[in-house]
Write a protein that binds this ligand. Structure first.
Ligand code: PNS
Length: 162
């Protein structure tokens, strides 16, 4: 039974994250999407809100071997917590590489068993990021092409209260 851990801020989850999740779910027995509790300094959504959105979209996609959870502290410790064999991260473009490479090697320095695997999302998501989606929504732009409808509603709801 191979479990893979897919960690991130997911503030909020995007179609790009879901593309990676679907691809990983076809390869591994179990995918655990792990929301980092304290990764973002000034998040739009609380960790429970991010988990709720992820759970809802995973349920709607009928991905039976995908679970959503959260972790606090170091990623290398979360790997053991979820009995995962490795970490998966998405690489959208070369610009992601430096940060990801550094993080993967640092995690392996902290725990020699912590391997990181990279997957490329479909090119149509190569420019999609949670940060840009929040900025577009804040300025009243159309975010529908980049996030699932349920998430788009949650984002609009958030900004209508801000
Ligand atoms: O979606 P993000 O913000 O790019 O995800 C980054 C994340 C959450 C995977 C990273 O910040 C992380 O692993 N945080 C947990 C704390 C940790 O282990 N930091 C050391 C990384 S070398």
């Amino acid at each position: 039974m191979k479990t893979i851990l897919y960690p991130g801020s997911f503030d909020p989850v995007t179609n790009g994250h879901l593309d990676i999740t679907k691809r990983a779910s076809r390869i591994f027995d179990k995918v655990v999407i792990a929301v980092a509790m304290n990764a973002e300094k000034d998040p739009l959504f609380t960790p429970p809100e991010r988990i709720e959105m992820l759970q809802e979209v995973v349920r709607r996609l009928e991905l039976g071997n995908v679970e959503v959870s959260m972790f606090d502290g170091l990623l290398v410790n979360a790997l053991a917590q979820f009995q995962a064999s490795a970490v998966i991260r998405g690489l959208r473009a070369v610009s992601d590489f430096e940060y990801e490479f550094q993080m993967a090697l640092m995690n392996r320095e902290l725990n020699d068993k912590c391997e990181t695997l990279f997957m490329m999302p479909s090119p149509e998501y190569s420019f999609v990021s949670s940060r840009l989606i929040k900025e577009i929504a804040r300025c009243g732009g159309d975010i529908n092409p980049f996030v699932p409808p349920f998430v788009a509603d949650c984002i609009r709801d958030k900004f209508s209260k801000h």
